[in-house]
Design a binder for this molecule. Structure first.
Ligand code: MEV
Length: 326
């Protein structure tokens, strides 16, 4: 599938958009400041159904159009002056777990609204989904939204794969490229600790504004570049080493958490490499298991109090789907 040519077609209401979650392998936080990132879409999805209604509502809540930041921002930017809509969102992506639930909601909703307004091509969907997520959160990079729009593995500001699109931000632009899936099994474990992406991103911004910030950011860029190269070469050992190195940096900027550290420790005997994934300060870890020790790894993580599961990369990005009841 060519992600550039595969536009979201013009479709009358009612309709539904669906977007996958994501798992960051390298570069979270640093990507906000322009460093490279490697992310893949995962086979857990958010589905957003949109139909005309007597008034705006989200999952039957009539206050959401004013109170739900992502819904409010999407309507203001992508549906100005439009007819009232009843929107229904269902998701299998755990919320606040660092697995892209907000990016998936934004992208599935923007795709649905775009389809109802004549269709939208994929680069425009990626830009609009980023604008909505950033508008609602106040901070952030387009890594999550571009991943869930593109599907598969992507890099931001790095890698040598096919260029998909560039995303324009108020302070910088980011370039998005395709990477081939190396075909490995990845295990995620959710700590159950809720966290706010916006707060974590702001705290890291404060940390990187200190005198050693530029050198730290350069180190983040080095580890992500090395990790992306290793993944492109199919070198598991080097990918795993870069994960461990990336985790050290994330610890240094203060976004690890005792529960995440306990999960990383529990994973160690069955893991080649592991690190937190997403904003941190809670949320989840991602592990590259030792080959053949996946089951042992999952047991260890569950015993340590995490919610472990195998995440499979989703080849498909954001798309329209047929809702059974639409
Ligand atoms: C959150 O999933 C990833 C962060 O890098 C924030 C962002 O890129 O928007 C922490």
């Amino acid at each position: 599938m060519n992600a550039i040519e595969d536009a979201i077609p013009s479709t009358p209401l009612p309709l539904a958009g669906r977007a996958p979650g994501k798992c960051i392998v390298f570069g979270e936080h640093a990507v906000v400041h322009g460093a490279p990132e490697l992310v893949f879409a995962i086979d857990l999805y958010t589905q957003v159904g949109v139909r005309s209604g007597p008034r705006f509502s989200l999952n039957a809540d009539p206050h959401a159009a004013e109170e739900h930041p992502y819904f409010r921002t999407a309507l203001a930017r992508r549906w100005p002056g439009g007819e009232p809509l009843e929107v229904r969102s269902t998701s299998r992506i755990p919320r606040g777990a660092g697995l892209g639930s907000s990016a998936a909601f934004c992208s599935a909703l923007v795709a649905a609204l775009g389809a109802a307004r004549g269709g939208i091509d994929r680069p425009a969907l990626a830009q609009a989904s980023y604008d909505v997520e950033k508008g609602a959160q106040g901070v952030g990079s387009p890594g999550d939204t571009s991943t869930v729009v593109a599907g598969g593995f992507i890099t931001i500001n790095g890698g040598g794969g096919e260029r998909l699109w560039s995303i324009h931000g108020s302070e910088r632009d980011w370039e998005v490229r395709r990477v081939d899936d190396p075909g490995w099994i990845w295990v995620v474990a959710h700590s159950g600790i809720p966290r706010s992406t916006g707060d974590a991103v702001r705290e890291v911004g404060v940390r990187l504004a200190k005198p050693d910030g530029p050198e730290l950011l350069a180190e983040f860029a080095r580890v992500a570049t090395a990790g992306i190269r290793a993944l492109e070469a199919g070198d598991r050992k080097a990918v795993a080493e870069s994960m461990v190195w990336n985790q050290e940096l994330l610890r240094t900027v203060g976004v690890s958490h005792p529960r995440l550290e306990a999960l990383l420790e529990a994973a160690r005997p069955a893991a080649e490499g592991a690190k937190l994934t997403g904003a941190g300060a809670g949320g989840s870890i991602v592990v590259l298991p030792r080959e053949g020790q996946e089951v042992d790894l999952v047991r260890r993580l569950a015993r340590a109090g995490g919610l472990p599961f195998v995440v499979r990369p989703s080849v498909q990005g954001t798309a329209l789907v047929t809702e059974p009841d639409s």
